[in-house]
Design a protein around this ligand. Sequence first.
Ligand SMILES: [Zn+2]
Length: 353
Amino acid sequence: MVGLKKTIIRSGLETLYFSGLHHLMRPLVGGVGTILTLHHVRPPRFDAFQPNRLLEVTPAFLERLLRRLKRSALDVVSLDEMHRRFITGEFKRRFVCITFDDGYKNLMRWAYPLLKQYKLPFALYVPTSFPDRLGELWWVALEAVIAQNSRIGMVINGQDQFFECGSVQEKRELYDEIYRYLRSMKTEDELRRVVRDLCVCYHVDIASFCRDLCMSWEEIAELAADPLVTIGAHTVNHMMLKKVENEATVRAEMEMSRAVLEAALGKRPQHLAYPVGDATSAGPREFRIAAELGFKTAVTTRPGVLFKVHRDHLTALPRISINGEFQRQRYLKVLMSGAATAMWNGFRRVNAA
Ligand SMILES: [Zn+2]
């Protein structure tokens, strides 16, 4: 478990490769547009052990980002508008789509007011088991198990193993090791079984995370009624689809989630996000099925900006994830140094050309 950098170990979980705005702006310079990925938006917590912090940004950080986007020469557009531009080949102005995955309550509380204030369209990809309160946020459950215990026993590769995790450092290392072990499993069923067992053993209520963290149907309906908001499908059970052997199951996960969202919200989702979404979670089979099912677009978490050629790969679009790990330190440092301003100037020149 030693020596591996967190960024490498964790590079699977809806990964955030681009840290902070200064890195964010660099990829924006190329291509015709960019889709941004965000998860949680909430005030900073000061616990030393926060292995999932890369998935959250603060409201202040989000506001800085939105303000910059608003002032930039970029068009912030809906997924439908992005799709239209691809189909019609209209790429005169670069565009950005803002997307949120999973539908966390804190979006409603902290991000939505800002997005409304700046009148920026955004999309929310909802796994329907989350508002149905049947979702298993296994990565959060694993965090809780390790946070609450100083010694953990589990069966790894058929052998009983025990881990000391009293210190923050040990907790971080153990989280990364178990996370990596889980992600290496052949099927998501196995992964879920291991985490469920851990939760039972260590008295963590895995269902509570879905209940406490995820939006209800009422909240999602409120968002869906706003013309700024696009609700996209994110499967039913938030599984890594590529690891599902049976193609019919993959198809059903996509199709069912769309049907449930349509029934609940009265509008048929046209866009999809693959859960987890990296290369181990979504591949050519998933891209094909999403296209066959008639989704206008489907997004991965493979990092990258959009080029004209993506018109032929609309169900395999890359995104740029905003990494919460570095939002303060590095971002502020670069801003203060003036490098960001210089970059923005360069960026504007590029856009004016
Ligand atoms: Zn997700």
